[in-house]
Ligand binder design. Sequence first.
Ligand code: AVI
Length: 312
Amino acid sequence: MNKTFAQDVLKGLTAKNKYLSSKYFYDDNGSRIFQEIMNMPEYYPTNAEFEILSMQTKQIIEALNFNGPFNIVELGAGDGFKTFKPLEFLVNNKIDFHYIPIDISQEAIDILVNRLKEKLPDLKIHPKVGDYFEILKDNRKSNYPSLLLFLGGNIGNYVEDKAQELLNLFNANMKVGDKLLIGIDLKKNPIIIHNAYYDKHGITKRFNLNLLLRINRELGADFKMDDFDFYCHYNPITGNVNSYIVSLTKQTVYIKAIDKTINFDYNELISTELSKKYSMDEISNLAKVSNFKLLTNFLDCKHYFTDSLWEK
Ligand code: AVI
């Protein structure tokens, strides 16, 4: 049993306004459902960022202004789908660099390394599994400048002060002149965003309810899936997509691992996720308050998403 998970579930489900952290979405099953989300036509961030990284690699590399060899450190590299095209471009153009993918999942890193070794045998790859900051601290000692990649719009899942805290930590573990390329989802027509998150296929609902299945499995709870639903709402003023699990009846759930019975009211909510969308002004401000200089925003053709290049 994972003790931190149990403690977090206890804290979240006994709070006045119940919540569960979206970081717990990603067990093996949740990661598979997230792949399904990324394959939905309505979930535009995947294609938008893929387009930016495939079509504008040359411009991004030029904007780095590194003279000589450099490191590319990818935080949360996953299966490496997003970065394959830029890596291929760099290898084919004989640009001297080292690729350091970091992920918490050994399995994801193994898959990534095998695939890249087969497809890009000349790539200099140094995979790392573990804590971002420990690895970044080590990388700071490298003689080469670094480009950090924090892609996929993950920053949108952090509330403002946590986002700032995380970016400040990145900053503290970088050398002056190092760059950060950060994927950020932009404010846009609210219907596009609504359809990406409140999807008609019910995949995002399954993604959220998987959290209850995980609690059943790992903490011995008795959540009944049919008694809960999913709701999410986009507020075009704040840019926040807020997701919830909704209790469809007045009910109790027992969680064995913490020996606790949780009461749910009819229509009571469990807040699960924030997916914040940014305006260009908010991005400039975020860079500034995290001690970075914003160099360039690389947008997709529909202006749905940006890979924003920042310098320490
Ligand atoms: C991982 N993260 C950037 C996704 C997002 O868009 O906030 C997670 C997600 N939640 C629902 N759909 C996708």
